[in-house]
Ligand binder design. Structure first.
Ligand SMILES: [Zn+2]
Length: 281
């Protein structure tokens, strides 16, 4: 039986860009692994022995979305990872490195032309990065405008301490496509606004460790939530969450949504399939 390539998950923890995924030796911002319920691994099952996260993700997940942090990293990554029907790598420019990578913006816009999705992009208004907020905003506006001009793209969006500004920017460019808000940490009011604007949300195990994260997840539109690993930055118990370890998300969502685990798995699976279909539209 052919298993349908379905929905997203992404692994990451709080975004800090000082680590790389060791076995691959180049920076990947996150992995979104979309998989069907009949193939999903529970968090209690033993971890697969992976030669590389890439190879294992290909073997285990129905679909994996790898996001990158800079256009040059994307170019390098694309050369190393062979194309696959169930894995995509997308170009991005992370707001935390906006000041040092601003010269790569033109390269990013060219890469977006040939990509079905974009990420990671966005804004970061936290104290550590707000000094470069102006350049972040210039880049993010250029990216969203480019997506609008190209007829729409699916974006993985970072919005730490800047959710309303992110949403303002998205509203400026109708037809930009679809935003998947990753690890959303803003207020319930901003979450409702994002939801009303049609945003999706990607939820990882690390996000579910905090009371605020769990509260926000309980308010999300269930038909627009996909699991994420957010690795190698996202970690649980000091270990990066791997793209095939999103079973933890399913279990916690079942508690928060007071639904059977199987029903949540089915929902996430269906959501992922829809998101993939939206990417290819
Ligand atoms: Zn992020």
């Amino acid at each position: 039986m052919r298993v349908y390539r379905c929905a997203p998950v992404r692994l990451l923890s709080r975004c800090t860009l000082n680590s790389t995924w060791e076995p691959l030796h180049f920076p990947l911002r996150a992995l979104w692994a979309i998989f069907c319920s009949n193939r999903g691994l529970s968090s209690t099952q033993p971890q697969p022995k992976a030669p590389t996260p890439y190879a294992e993700a290909l073997a285990v997940n129905d679909f994996t979305w790898l996001v990158t942090t800079s256009p040059r990293a994307y170019a390098a990554t694309s050369k190393i990872l062979p194309p696959a029907s169930n894995l995509i790598v997308t170009p991005g420019l992370h707001p935390e490195v906006a000041d040092t990578k601003a010269s790569e913006l033109e390269l990013l816009l060219a890469q977006i032309d040939a990509s079905v999705a974009v990420g990671e992009v966005g804004l970061d208004g936290s104290s550590r990065y707000k000094a470069h907020y102006a350049v972040q905003l210039r880049i993010f506006q250029a990216v969203v405008s480019c997506c609008q001009a190209k007829g729409g793209r699916v974006l993985s969006v970072h919005s730490r301490s800047a959710a309303d500004a992110v949403l303002d920017t998205l509203r400026q460019y109708p037809g930009f496509g679809l935003a998947v808000m990753h690890w959303f940490t803003d207020s319930p009011a901003s979450l409702r606004r994002a939801s009303a604007l049609g945003c999706w949300f990607s939820v990882g195990p690390a996000m579910l460790k905090s009371a605020n994260g769990r509260n926000l997840v309980s308010l999300m539109p269930r038909e627009r939530v996909v699991p994420e690993s957010d690795g190698p930055f996202g970690a649980v118990m000091g270990k990066p969450v791997m793209p095939w370890e999103t079973g933890q998300v399913t279990d916690t969502l079942a508690e928060l949504w007071t639904l059977p685990v199987a029903e949540v798995a089915q929902t996430l699976n269906a959501n992922g399939k829809r998101l993939i279909a939206l990417m290819s539209n």
